[in-house]
Design a protein around this ligand. Structure first.
Ligand code: GCU
Length: 670
């Protein structure tokens, strides 16, 4: 599937002349794209910049052309004109787009930036008027693949993967045929993704050897990704000096350990000169880490950072550290607190090439969570915010759930009135768990492509309206469909995140899913487990008291005004009420309804919304590609079945526990 890159969706840039001087390895890729686009629309390449309607230049090549073409001067000067959209100095990965007197220019600060900037233009209609702008907001836009080599006995080849097999690996190692990786890289580059970690953060014995024995194969992957301006990263195990190197310890302060990492890393760079770096899940859900040697996470991250620094590499060190073996009877331990408790005191101690990768919420990619307080707490550390494009807790690609609005809300969340948002704090970039695989649609659910698209676009432009992104995606993906068909697809997807939330765990309480695979309802499934994800429902009420006054004190990890807002029962936003407070079922929300009635109402409304989606989609039969229509029809049927199951289990649970009947007298199973 061409996903959002079918020929018919290309902007008609090629009707004129395109000037693209030779500038390094990525020029070939770009030339191929431009030739393709111009062939579709009948334009051609020219050597004479003054005749071109579109100029694609790197900073190196732009200087020579500036004297001859005013639009290029305009783009280059933009840096010096205060008040323009362009204010930053040149930096790796940045591109400037400008239009002057009918001529459009993209100047990339390096060849990869030019490729990504050119794609942004090929995707969109010509800019109107004389404009200038720059992108991207984040230097690193990374996708993490949770892919294994030998299929894991429980998780399979792709952990939390719902889109077929791994694009990179088969049973033996890196696939012999990487042509699908090439097409995937093109898709990613078209949204501005510039980094990919190819293996699972849970590094099992076989994948661990990617770092050593499999380097020639990693180099093959890197060669493909490089053609699209994407750097390759590897997940590595913290115990590698022991498991691969035969050392007696992986203690990060041991000189032999540091020397092993330095030598091993140097060999990686011999094989892959532009290698991006390591992604590490340490002391997390059973993975080894510095705690095992009495060291902290700054010690752990820094030994890897020092090995990578001479080569220009980065450590993405994950902050997903909590006690996954807690006793459910122990009410003093709160998993939500863990990342802040562990990491905030380490602010300022990390090497400059460490990026602390923080999940957007304090728990684990639930449909609704507050923003992680770690993001506000570490001004002296480069932070990356981690999102989950694969829909582990949001319907596993069997349900339609367009996550653009959820991510946008996270990125725009302002910690204070000075406009200090999550997006501005994420100086280390954005990372996300990929939802792609060998499925014919890349994503298992054809409409889940929109999430992959939106992630890349938001990483480049965090302030862009997610509804506009959806419109873009629909437009690009179904360029031949009638406008009313596109409007229908858009309508169906626009609120799908809120719909999913409405029939699943209410008011921010989270989980209530089947343990293990995490699909479908199981209200008490995690209640008496060691995982730290509880809702504490009893006959009187539900929710987790995370206040400073009477609860776990988690609210105290936020700066003001959020600390007070979350602490107060009245000021706490309804949608997060049960995340922060334990309340009686009859507690009145600021919406005016009670908690239990809210559960009944939203669950009935959620199922009705899915019924409507099913009807709306059915009406599109024959008006969209047959295979897409059939696949989505099948998945919507499962979504409806599942939504009803959620509604009936949740409503029955709340009715049985509270004894409070539905005000509207609907049938709730006794
Ligand atoms: C979740 C998910 C795991 C994953 C983990 C992580 O808990 O269920 O499969 O390994 O997140 O982010 O490391």
């Amino acid at each position: 599937s061409p996903a959002w890159l079918p020929d018919a969706a290309l902007a008609p840039l090629g009707t004129g002349l395109v000037h693209l001087p030779d500038d390094g390895p990525l020029t070939d890729t770009l030339r191929g794209e431009v030739e393709h686009a111009t062939a579709v629309h009948g334009g051609r390449l020219t050597d004479r910049p003054e005749t071109a309607d579109l100029l694609l230049l790197t900073r190196r090549t732009a200087g020579a052309v500036a004297a001859r073409v005013e639009a290029v001067r305009y783009a280059l000067d933009a840096d010096r004109r205060p008040g323009e959209l362009v204010t930053a100095r040149p930096r790796p990965g940045r591109w400037v787009t400008a239009r002057r007197s009918g001529v459009t220019v993209v100047v990339g600060d390096d060849p990869a930036a030019l490729l990504h900037g050119a794609f942004a233009l090929l995707r969109r209609p010509l800019l109107d008027g004389d404009v200038v702008g720059e992108a991207p907001a984040h230097p690193v836009r990374m996708l993490d693949h949770w892919d294994n080599i030998g299929a894991h006995p429980v998780m399979g080849r792709v952990e939390r993967g719902y889109a077929g097999d791994s694009l990179f690996f088969d049973d033996d190692g890196v696939r012999a045929d990487l042509s699908r990786v090439e097409r995937y890289a093109r898709l990613l580059a078209s949204t501005g993704i510039n980094a990919v970690a190819i293996n699972n953060v849970n590094v099992h014995a076989r994948e661990a050897r990617l770092l050593t024995d499999d380097l020639p194969d990693v180099a093959r992957v890197a060669e493909v990704l490089r053609r699209w301006g994407i750097r390759t990263h590897l997940s590595v195990g913290f115990a590698a000096p022991v498991t691969l190197g035969g050392l007696p310890t992986a203690d990060p302060l041991d000189p032999d350990v540091a020397a092993w990492w330095a030598a091993t890393t140097a060999r990686v760079y011999d094989a892959v000169p532009d290698f991006g770096g390591y992604l590490v899940k340490a002391d997390s859900e059973g993975q080894p880490g510095p705690f095992g040697y009495g060291r902290d996470h700054a010690d752990g991250a820094n030994v890897l950072a020092r090995a990578l620094a001479p080569h220009g590499g980065t450590v993405h060190w994950r902050a997903f550290v909590y006690d996954h073996r807690q006793d459910w009877r122990d009410r003093s331990t709160d998993r939500a607190r863990a990342a802040h408790d562990h990491f905030a005191p380490l602010d300022g101690r990390f090497e400059p090439n460490v990026v602390l990768q923080v999940k957007h919420g304090p728990m684990d990619f639930q449909v609704r969570e507050p923003v992680s307080p770690v993001i506000a707490a570490m001004p002296r550390t480069a932070l990356a915010v981690e999102l989950q494009v694969t829909q582990e807790y949001t319907g596993q690609q069997r349900h339609v759930c367009y996550l653009g609005p959820a991510w946008s809300q996270v990125l725009r969340f302002a910690f204070d009135d000075a406009g200090d948002s999550v997006a501005t704090r994420a100086t280390g970039g954005l990372a996300a768990v990929s939802n792609a695989g060998t499925s014919p649609f890349w994503t298992g659910h054809p409409l889940a492509q929109a999430n992959l698209y939106a992630f890349g676009r938001l990483a480049c432009e965090p302030s862009v309206d997610p509804d506009r992104l959806l419109e873009e995606w629909v437009h690009l993906t179904f360029p031949k469909a009638a406008p009313d068909v596109r409007a229908s697809v858009h309508r169906l997807m626009a609120c799908s995140w809120q719909v999913y939330e409405s029939y699943t765990a209410p008011l921010g309480v989270g989980f209530m899913v089947r343990p293990g695979h995490h699909y479908g309802p199981d209200v008490d499934g995690y209640e008496y487990t060691p995982w730290g994800t509880y809702h504490f429902a009893d006959r009187d009420g539900i929710g987790v008291d995370r206040t400073m006054a009477t609860g776990t004190g988690y609210t105290g990890q936020y700066p003001e005004p959020w600390r007070s807002r979350y602490e107060s029962l009245d000021a706490c936003p309804d949608e997060l009420l049960l995340f922060f407070h334990h309340v009686p079922y009859g507690h009145r929300l600021s919406s005016g309804t009670t908690v239990v009635q809210h559960v009944y109402d939203t669950h009935f409304a959620g199922v009705e919304a899915v019924e409507q989606m099913v009807g709306e989609w059915a009406a599109l039969r024959g008006r969209l590609e047959e295979d897409v229509h059939a696949e989505v029809t099948e998945r919507l049927a499962e979504q409806l079945r599942s939504a009803r199951e959620w509604r009936d289990q949740l409503c029955t649970y709340f009715w049985r526990h509270s004894g409070i009947p539905d005000e509207h007298g609907r049938r709730i199973h006794p």
